[in-house]
Design a protein around this ligand. Structure first.
Ligand code: COA
Length: 374
């Protein structure tokens, strides 16, 4: 009989060192290089936080201006990448498109040497929104969009390309907050994937491609899409309560709730919930936001489970007219900063990651001759 695993999911085990973030330790529960995520979300633009995570310090005004100018100049896509994107069908999942896009970029703009790692990370940060939107607009609207917009921010660039018009200030502001909240989260599954890949001294594009694959799953980044699919089915708060009670009775997993590390709340939830409420008022919503709030109440009352960062992101993105299937790719546009910084950190003090397994198979036995086997 199989022995029970002592540390299923590696929960609670220290698997390496990082100076990038703390989860469930200090401040509101999440800090990036010592700064509380709440303060960063209140006071900074996403590019400032990306700079902090990737370069190690908050930028001065001049450094921020220079960094944004640099990223703006890196939004264009090579022709060969556009051709690949044009061949991916409309029905594909955009996370698969990003995975392919990142991998193809690695063929065209190879990281020849680790001394190029910072440039490679900046290039990805600048052009991932272009990859998503170029494919989306070509496959859905038959348009070959210009990805070299002059929008000030990464979030604004994304919304502009997606909707074909300049983004509203409110929406650009929400994108800053959202991208800040998603930027970094210690040794989560996708980051750990990136670090394992980095520990073999592989290239940055391989590390990030692998991380995208990990983030895609509904237990990780895919939860914001799954949460949207759920709340969209509810016609009112009462309907949500009734249906959720049924789901809980059937022991179904409710996406957007619970967390592997946080025990009582996810510090990112309050922040994005506040913005979702503002957006609900802005669009005159009377269903989705009250439904979401009721889901939160029911889950806490019944299971003591709280919303994680993904739950109110679903309604917030929906209020900004973002199609559900682009929710997780937005997560990538942001978490890329954390992944790349972790890759750099792993490389700076590397030993190949190679844990052991608890063996649960047959005892040692001889190989029978072929005509003696059952
Ligand atoms: N819905 C229903 N039950 C849930 C739940 C959810 N969203 N999250 C946790 N639980 C249950 C678990 O099944 C477990 O029950 P059991 O003891 O009867 O098996 C119990 O609560 C404790 O689970 P916990 O140990 O806290 O979770 P985990 O560390 O194994 O998993 C998640 C963490 C995030 C994967 C899990 O909460 C989950 O699947 N959430 C939904 C997906 C999601 O939103 N992911 C995004 C994470 S940011």
């Amino acid at each position: 009989m199989a022995k029970e695993l002592s540390g299923a999911g590696l929960r609670g085990q220290v698997a390496g060192k990082t100076a990038l973030s703390t989860v469930g330790v200090s401040g509101s529960g999440l800090t990036y290089r010592g700064y509380d995520v709440k303060d960063l979300a209140n006071q900074c633009e996403f590019e400032e936080v990306a700079y902090l995570i990737l370069k190690g310090k908050l930028p001065t005004k001049t450094e921020l201006f220079g960094y944004k100018q640099k990223l703006k100049g890196m939004r264009g896509l090579p022709q060969a990448l556009k051709e690949v994107l044009e061949r991916i069908p409309k029905e594909a999942h955009p996370m698969d498109v990003l995975r392919t896009g990142c991998s193809m970029l690695g063929n065209l703009e190879m990281e020849n040497d680790f001394s190029e790692q910072s440039e490679v990370a900046d290039r990805m940060l600048a052009c991932f929104p272009s990859i998503i939107c170029y494919w989306y607009r070509f496959s859905h609207d038959g348009l070959r969009i210009d990805t070299e917009t002059c929008d000030d921010s990464i979030g604004g660039h994304f919304l502009h390309m997606l909707h074909g018009e300049l983004p509203r200030k409110l929406h650009e502001q929400v994108m800053h907050v959202s991208l800040i909240l998603y930027a970094e989260h210690e040794f989560n599954a996708s980051t750990f994937t990136a670090r394992v890949c980095a520990s073999t001294l592989s290239d940055m594009h391989s590390c990030i491609t692998g991380a995208i694959g990990s983030l895609r799953g509904p237990l990780h980044g895919g939860a914001n899409e799954a949460a949207m699919a759920m709340i969209q089915q509810f016609t009112s708060a009462d309907d949500a309560e009734e249906k959720m009670m049924g789901m809980l009775a059937r022991k179904e997993k409710i996406m957007g709730f619970g967390h592997a590390i946080y025990r009582e709340s996810d510090p990112r939830n309050d922040i994005i919930k506040g913005w979702s409420e503002k957006l609900a008022a802005d669009v005159g919503d009377t269903v989705l936001y009250p439904v979401s709030v009721r889901c939160e109440e029911v889950m806490w009352r019944e299971k003591k489970l709280f919303c994680n960062a993904d739950f109110f992101h679903a309604s917030a993105y929906n209020f900004m007219g973002i199609p559900t299937k682009l929710f997780t790719p937005i997560f990538v546009m942001s978490r890329l900063t954390g992944w790349a910084a972790h890759v750099m950190e792993q490389r700076a003090d590397n030993r190949i990651i190679r844990p052991s397994a608890e063996y649960t198979g047959e005892d040692y036995r001889p190989v029978p001759a072929i005509d003696e086997r059952d």
